[in-house]
Design a protein around this ligand. Structure first.
Ligand code: BGC
Length: 246
């Protein structure tokens, strides 16, 4: 089955048709910069442009960087506050004409990694973290997702984890990898103490630079880089749509 996957991020919105049986894009993705401010209607218009680009009329899935329940956004940490309370699934459907399932971006990336990437076949507790503008999280128990864990907002020594160790903080404070790794290590120790995962999977922008920071981490729990890099959101969104609309 082919489903259109869309990944809505703080700087870009990208999408492509995904073959959900093999977890791969059928053609290269199309990307359009995220409108600023990232209010609901302009963002939905960009999603509709991507839908038209692929002349898509079938089912579609999208990520969104917020708490998502039944297609409705319940938070907006790094996007326009107008999203809070918006039925994103209904809005995307209205603007594009396609039925949409919308899930949290960290959860989507985790779903893709668990099915086709670093988490394939992993039982027990697996914690996927996406490190970008914020910190996204996806928690799996024997392959089953516990959605909307939002661990980027967990306080570590009185400050939200994503305000200590996101990739945005690394760039803004011009931190070297070793310095940033020390911050990330502290966050991971905190998650490790609370959830005792069997495995951490690190995705998002920093995952392709894993050789620069993984050696500085001091956890006993294994930490591995994500394998799907910047297509994880698109693929995970399509997988979520195939599962939730099945
Ligand atoms: C948001 C999450 C999102 C994460 C990564 C956080 O600020 O609250 O919903 O998954 O950023 O984009």
């Amino acid at each position: 089955m082919i489903i259109l996957g869309i990944d809505i991020g703080g700087s870009g919105i990208k999408g492509a048709p995904v073959d959900v049986e093999c977890g791969a894009l059928t053609v290269p993705y199309h990307r359009i910069p995220t409108p600023q401010p990232s209010a609901p209607t302009p963002v939905a218009d960009v999603v509709a442009q991507i839908v038209r680009h692929f002349e898509w009329t079938g089912p579609a899935g999208s990520t969104f960087p917020a708490i998502m329940k039944n297609g409705v956004a319940y938070s907006a940490a790094n996007v326009d506050k107008g999203w809070i309370g918006t039925d994103a699934a209904a809005l995307l459907q209205k603007q594009s004409g396609c039925p949409f399932v919308v899930v949290n971006d960290g959860d989507a990336a985790g779903i893709a990694e668990m099915q086709y990437g670093a988490g394939r076949g992993q039982r027990g507790v697996v914690m996927m973290l996406t490190i970008g503008t914020g910190i996204g999280s996806a928690l799996f128990v024997d392959g089953q997702l516990v959605p909307n864990t939002e661990l980027g907002h967990l306080e570590v020594r009185g400050k939200e984890a994503e305000h200590r160790a996101s990739d945005r903080v690394r760039a803004k404070k011009k931190l070297g990898w070793k310095e940033w790794a020390a911050r990330f290590d502290e966050v991971l120790h905190c998650y490790d103490a609370l959830f005792s995962p069997n495995l951490f999977i690190i995705g998002g922008g920093v995952s392709k630079k894993h050789a620069k920071f993984l050696p500085f981490l001091t956890l006993r729990t294994p930490v591995v880089p994500a394998q799907m890099l910047n297509e994880a959101g698109i693929i995970g969104a399509a997988l979520a749509a195939s599962q939730l609309s099945a």
